[in-house]
Each structure stands twice: as C-alpha cells, then as structure tokens.
Design a protein around this ligand. Structure first.
Ligand code: TPP
Ligand code: MG
Length: 628
C-alpha cells in the first residue's frame, strides 16, 4: 500500500478538498473551504495545513459562532449540497461554536466543526484554557458539542483520522441524518505525522440518494387522499432541499389541494400559485390556518412539525384528521401517528401525483381556497399600504423591501418579530428567495447568515432584515463581508428593544418587563428611563459599511433605491413603532403562564391560557395513521 507521510491536520485538509457529492447526475465540491479563527490550539496544526493548501481556501471571520452561521446559511442556500469546515482554537474559540452547532443541527443543515482540543499526551496539562476535572482526564469543553452534533469524535491518535472522517462524511451527506459534525482535534495530535494511505487523498464522490416510498404505503396514502373531503398539504424545508418545488406545484395544480408553508418551507411555491395559502401555524395566514383547522387529511412534506407549525398541537381540530408524512427522516415520518412515507420529497410527490391521477378536490372547497387567497392578498396590500407614523410600521418596511427586491433576490432573517411578519407577508417568487433560520431562531444569525447566502450565489442580492437587538448581538461580520468583497443589503429595524418578547410579555400579563432598551433610573431602580442611545449608523459605518438613517416611508424607499448603486455592504437604519404590530390570525402558541401570581394581569392571562390549552390534541396516540 502506498502511503504519504503528513501530519494529521495536513491529512485532514488533503482529504476534505477531494470530497464531492452527486445528486441527479450533477457533481459538486462538498467543501468550499474553511472558516475560522486561529489560536495556540490550532495555528501550528490546522492553521499550518491550511496555509500549505491554498486550493482549500481559508476565510477569516470575526467570531467563531458567526463562522458556523455563515457555513450553515451557505449550506442551506445550496440545498445542503455544499458547506464549509469551521476551525477554532481550544477553549473559548471552540465553545463559541456550540451555539452555531445547535443552529445547524436543529435546522438539519450540514457543517463540519474542527475545534482544537487539549493535549492528548497530557503531560503539560493544564494548558491555557483547559477545563480541569477531578474525576477524569478524558474530558474537555469540546464534550459540550456532543448533544448538538449528529456525529462527534475526538482524534486522539493520528491513525484514527481515516476511520473518523468517513463517518463524518456519511453523516454530513445524509439527507436524513445531517447536521453539525464535530471532530475535536487535540493540539499535539494535529501536528503529528503518520503514513496515511494514498487512497485517502483521491477524489471521492458521495451519492445523495432519492429514496422512493414503499409501494404499499403509497397506494394506501393515495386512497386516503381520494376519500378526503378537505385534504391539505404542509410544505416544509424538505421540499426546497429536495428541489421538489416544480413537482409540488404540479401536484397542487392538478388536484387542487391547498398548501400551507412552514418557515423553512416558505418559497416551496411562488406566493401567487393558485393553491398556495402561504404561511401556516402560529405565524400563519387566516386561510392556511382555517384549512388546517378543518382538514381531514394532512399531507406533510419535509417538515419537523414544530410547535410553530402545529400551533402547539391546536392547528388541526377535525376530530377525524389523519396525517400522511413524506419525509426522509424516520422520526419525522412517524409523527402525529402519520402514515409514514419514508422517502425523498420529490420522488414521493411525483409518485403520489401519478397515483392521484384524475382526483380533484370538490368545487366548493376549491372556491374556499380561491377566496382565502384573494382575501389574504387584500390584507397584505392593506398592511404594506399603511402610512403609519413616523415611526413607520414594520409591515410597511417589509412591503417596501419586498418591492425593491427582484424575484431572484433573497431575504434573510432569524429572530425577533420580523420572522413572523415575514412569514405572513413576504411575497416569495422563487424557492430560494426566503431564507429564515427559524429552527433555533438564533439572534446573531442574520448578518453572518446573509454573508453565507451571498457566497452561495453572488448573482442574487441579499436583503438582511434584522431587529436592533439581534444587530447588537452580532453585526461583526459586516467587516468580513467587506474583506471578502461580498455586498450585503442590511435593513436594521430599530424599536429600542424586543417587540417580539415585549409583545409576548404583554400577552402573558407581565407588561413588557425587561424587554425595552431603557436607562436605569435611580428614582425607581428599574430600567424605565429614556431609551439607551445607540447610533446604528455610526456602528455600521464603523464596521466599514455605507449607512444611512431613514425616518419616513418615502425616505426608506429612496434609500433602498440608492442601495443598488453601492458597491459594498450597505445599511439602512429605520425606527419602527414597536406597538404597531402585524396581527396574528386564527392561531395560538403555548407559552405557560404562572399558575399563581400577585399580579392581577397575570391571573387574568392564566385564566385565558387554561381555556386555550384545552384545544391541544394528542395526535401521536391516534389510532389509524400508520396502522390504517
Ligand atoms: C441568542 C438569542 N437570545 C435570546 C433569544 C430570545 N429572543 C427572541 S426574539 C428576542 C428579541 C429580539 O429583538 P430584536 O432583534 O430587536 O427584534 P424585535 O423583537 O424587536 O423585532 C429575544 C431576546 C433568541 N431568540 N436568541
Ligand atoms: Mg427590536
């Protein structure tokens, strides 16, 4: 066997740069390079290996958490067919990546994390940044990656690497298993040489399968749909990752079955497709939520059925409702006692369409769908057309940005009140036009995520819409976008704190406690003074962006216009009225309220809560579904 004597880190980089994936006959490189920050825990190992492999590009970011968000957003925009590796030193550099790892894993997006680790040889311990333990020397902060990784390993000997990296690749390229994969790299082992088999460095292509649904279950599913009076489809992220939008559009058009979209699934259909009722769930449209309420057969495709989609299990109220779950992931396919079609979304949709040939929903139901759609367009126009303030309303700002963007452009967002409003209002015209990280809803994802999306397809303009709270948490990657020459369009909606959690606080009777950015007043000892002054324009220009403030709607539209001519990352800061919210429609979310309290408003909220929770269903124990 011919071998190559290289360090463990050199072998790792040598392997990663030769990994490819193939789906539907199309091949692409799986890793677009590595993001990260060096420290003593990786500069001499992975850092040196990256330096001698310029064809595996190293990208320097400002925060390791951001490195993972950039990579996650890139991989999501690439339908999980490509991603980055993320490297860090030991200790804080490594643990900064844990939030990113959780974000990737919860959203089922592949990223490879390579945190440095303490010496395997141990004799010099405790090294700088080492967590010591009395009961084991086989522990480091990197053990904290275990619950947030789909595969976790520590390379304690150079010759362990080949066994670990093929497992890492298996998980990263598995549509059902994918998420963050962590290989912890002790800093001494990174620099140790071994005679690695030459074969390890050959080009390797990982096939991404499109598993087909089981025939017998597909036949049963088609029979269930044919017998249904009010069938409905819930489209999740899996529709988009599987590139199944065109297949779904055909199925919906031919059968007339309406579609509700989850956050990850928004964009599955263009907003004006005749069967697209838009957002479903807590942040859904009235049409989608009424359709869900009464549906007797719900066909879910590529969704985890999170509480935002199921309105905390209150969305589906028909006593006879049954679920058919199309999902590559077995756990998801069995949810709600559904008939499990464990399959690729596109393969299953195409086969279902064939099995449903000639089937159409009743004319009366089709009319309802058309009316709901019309009414929703009118409601969206009303919200976009408000002339509130100044400060203007958030809904108007969304309307202006939506109009300023082209169909192929992408809106990026993650946390706050914007995700719900965007879910309802954004008119998505292409499957990749709506990029929401709403699995982990991680404040700080927005700017970093925007950079990942832009890198995935520089021909699209990226509009990052971000609240002041999230912007303050991590605006740092503006600097990185300038370093790399990727232009982002960032709209900062400043409402001096948390509109989302502030609204929730009102709803639970807590009157906004701890959700405004206000100065502490000596008289009261509380945060109830003037607003904390923050100059977001100065912050943005300080990081290297062009930035302007807009105060009115006309101002905003002029600034959006001018944004097109800016060459580098550009920021518009606009104050929005926190109290002028987009309403909720026909839905509910379970946030438990104190059973006892000294505050009257909390007692009142609790009473309402006790009524509302009665609507929660136990679909998981329903007979039928899988045994039907
Ligand atoms: C990292 C992180 N911390 C806390 C939260 C909980 N949280 C959700 S939204 C929100 C407020 C976001 O504020 P901002 O970005 O200004 O958006 P707004 O609610 O004002 O629209 C908080 C604290 C979160 N999602 N992520
Ligand atoms: Mg805010």
């Amino acid at each position: 066997m011919s071998t190559r004597r290289v360090t463990m880190a050199q072998a790792l980089v040598g392997f990663l740069k030769n990994q490819y994936v193939e789906r539907d006959g199309l091949e692409s490189k799986f890793f677009a390079g590595a993001w990260g920050i060096f420290g003593h825990g990786n500069i001499a190992g992975i850092g040196q290996a990256l330096q001698q492999n310029p064809d595996f590009r190293y990208f320097l970011c400002r925060n390791e958490q951001a490195a993972v968000h950039i990579s996650t957003a890139f991989a999501k925009a690439k339908n999980r067919l490509s991603t980055f590796a993320c490297v860090s030193s030991i200790g804080p550099g490594a643990t900064n990546m844990i939030t990113g790892a959780a974000t990737a894993t919860i959203n089922r997006i592949p990223v490879l994390l390579l945190p440095g680790d303490i010496f395997a040889r141990r004799n010099v311990a405790p090294v700088l940044q080492q967590l010591e333990s009395e009961h084991s020397q086989d522990i480091s902060v990197n053990d904290a990656f275990k619950p947030v990784s789909r595969y976790w390993d520590r390379i304690n000997r150079a010759d362990q690497l080949p066994c670990a990296i093929v497992e890492a690749m298996r998980v990263l390229t598995s549509p059902a298993q994918t998420g963050a994969v962590t290989l912890a790299l002790p800093q001494d082992v990174q620099s140790e040489a071994w005679d690695y088999p030459e074969e390890m460095f050959e080009r390797r292509v990982w096939h991404i399968a499109r598993p087909e649904p089981e025939r017998a279950l597909l036949t049963r599913a088609a029979a269930m749909i044919r017998a249904a009076k009010r069938p409905m489809i819930v489209a999740g992220g899996g529709v988009i990752y599987s590139d199944a939008s065109a297949a779904l559009a055909r199925l919906a058009s031919r059968t007339g079955i309406p579609v509700g979209e989850t956050q990850a699934g928004k964009g599955s259909l263009p907003f004006d497709h005749a069967q697209n009722l838009g957002a479903i769930g807590v942040t859904g449209t009235p049409g989608a939520n009424i359709a869900a309420r009464d549906a007797d057969c719900v066909i879910t495709i590529g969704t985890r059925l999170s509480d935002f989609t199921t309105a905390s299990k209150t969305a589906f109220q028909n006593q006879h409702v049954r679920f058919i779950n199309i999902n590559v992931n077995e756990t998801d396919a069995f949810k709600h006692a559904g008939l499990p079609l464990i399959a690729d979304a596109r393969a299953a949709i195409e086969q279902l369409e064939a099995a449903l040939s000639g089937f159409q929903v009743a004319a009366e139901y089709a009319n309802c769908v058309a009316q709901w759609k019309d009414r929703w367009e009118t409601e969206t126009d009303r919200i976009f057309g408000l002339r509130h303030g100044p400060p203007v309303s958030q809904g108007e700002v969304i309307g202006s940005v939506n109009r300023a963007s082209r169909p192929e452009d992408v809106v990026v967002c993650a946390a706050g009140s914007l995700p719900g409003d965007l879910h309802k209002l954004w008119r998505t015209r292409q499957p990749k036009g709506y990029h929401l990280e709403y699995g982990y809803s991680c404040m700080g994802y927005e700017v970093a995520g925007g950079l990942g999306v832009k890198m995935a397809d520089p021909s699209r303009d990226v509009y990052v819409m971000v609240g002041d709270g999230s912007y303050l948490m991590m605006a740092s990657e503006i600097t990185t976008s300038i370093q790399e020459g990727y232009k982002l369009n960032i709209i900062v909606l400043d409402n001096h704190g948390f509109s989302s959690i502030g609204g929730l606080s009102q709803a639970i009777g807590s009157r906004g406690f701890g959700t405004d950015y206000r100065l502490r007043r000596t008289e009261t000892g509380e945060l109830d003074g003037e607003y904390v002054p923050v100059d977001f324009v100065a912050l943005s220009t300080g990081l290297g962006a062009c930035a302007v403030r807009a105060t009115s709607r006309d101002d905003l539209e002029r600034a959006l216009d001018r944004m097109h001519s800016h060459e580098r990352t550009s920021v518009i800061v606009i104050e929005v009225d926190k109290e002028m919210r987009v309403p909720g429609y026909e839905s509910w979310w379970d946030v438990p309220i104190s059973e006892v309290s000294e505050i009257e408003s909390i007692r009142q909220a609790r009473e309402k809560y006790e009524q509302a929770i009665k609507k929660e269903r136990r679909h998981e124990v329903a007979a039928g579904g899988r045994s039907a």
